[in-house]
Design a protein around this ligand. Structure first.
Ligand code: NAD
Length: 303
């Protein structure tokens, strides 16, 4: 069994991006710039936003936090988004989710200029992913694809089971995996994955265990600790755990620890490769956001 070390791969990619930024500076060019909009101060969101800004600054991007009060009206938020849409000093921006319940997330996502949508969640970019055309790929699926590629794991002809049908992970992941690789190739990638036979499972799926037992690769994005247990996994399977769950742990300083959706202790010995939580998909999601920002920047200077 080999660990798919997302922390290490993300560090390598950050180094590559840093070198690209240094080269831009040497040539007297401006550096890529990302803004993050945070509404309210949900502690989990604050942690994610802080980590994203830190990663941005580490590679030499300009990073800007746009912090807005939790009681901001939807109209005021949309006005802020319009401002960022037309701000030429920003290559890309994201609105950190979830948003307060009085704001419609779909309306907000659709209001972002899709050229600047570095989370890859705007219907235009989702549509390009579905068609296998170059566009901005949703950060987590892009990160998983990169992680598999860098470990030399191919998907051609393989049975990949994706558990979870969210718009940010499950659906775009399934779309990327089933594409003909040359069609799904984004401009920034040296290689791609695809040509898999994909089964997308969700809360209403029957016989999840039987389906998983026929998988070469299982990607779990549900948000339920121990959803994937050892009896659901065949010997040699590749397992990618997207889940992030807080469970009580009085022995830890914070009183909780993070676990994924996989019963790691019992599943790992059966796998050929497996991602840990933390240190697997999470760091790859953050670095994908940086890669998407660099992609948008490169497109803007080559137009
Ligand atoms: P979500 O929370 O929107 O939806 C969960 C999905 O799980 C649904 O599609 C549902 O049909 C499915 N599901 C629920 N119970 C199921 C069951 N018993 N069997 C099969 N499927 C079931 O999904 P999300 O936003 O993709 O988040 C999923 C998890 O991934 C969460 O823990 C989230 O925090 C985590 N996440 C991690 C990253 C990362 O970077 N590591 C990024 C995004 C999401």
């Amino acid at each position: 069994m080999e660990i798919l070390d997302g922390k290490h791969i993300a560090q390598t990619i950050r180094q590559e991006l840093h070198e690209q930024v240094e080269s831009l500076i040497r040539r007297g060019m401006r550096v890529p710039s990302l803004a993050i909009v945070q509404v309210g101060n949900n502690p989990a969101s604050t942690t994610y936003v802080t980590n994203k800004l830190k990663a941005c600054r580490e590679v030499g991007f300009n990073a800007r936090l746009v912090s807005l009060p939790a009681d901001i009206s939807q109209q005021q938020l949309l006005a802020k988004i319009n401002e960022l849409n037309s701000d030429n000093s920003i290559d890309g921006f994201i609105v950190q989710l979830p948003l307060p319940s009085h704001i419609n997330e779909t309306t907000v996502t659709c209001a972002i200029n899709y050229h600047k949508d570095v989370d890859g969640l705007h219907p235009h970019n989702v549509g390009l992913t579905a068609l296998g055309l170059p566009g901005i790929v949703s950060a987590t699926p892009r990160g998983i694809r990169e992680l598999l590629m860098r470990y030399g794991i191919t998907t051609e002809g393989k049975h990949v089971v994706v558990i979870g049908r969210s718009n940010i992970v499950g659906k775009p992941m399934a779309m990327l995996l089933m594409q003909k690789p040359y069609l799904s190739l984004p401009k920034m990638s040296a290689a791609s994955l695809g040509d898999a036979t994909v089964t997308l499972c969700h809360s209403k799926t029957r016989n999840l265990k039987q389906i998983c037992l026929t998988a070469d690769i299982i990607i779990v994005a549900v948000g339920q600790p121990n959803l994937l247990t050892a009896d659901m996994v065949s010997e040699g399977t590749v397992v990618v755990d997207v889940g992030i769950n807080r469970i009580d742990d009085p022995s830890s300083e914070k009183g909780y620890r993070l676990v994924g959706d996989v019963d790691f202790q019992h599943v790992a010995p059966k796998c050929s490769f497996i991602t840990p939580v933390p240190g697997g998909v999470g760091p790859m999601t953050i670095v994908s956001l940086l890669q998407n920002t660099m992609q948008v920047y490169m497109d803007s200077i080559t137009v």
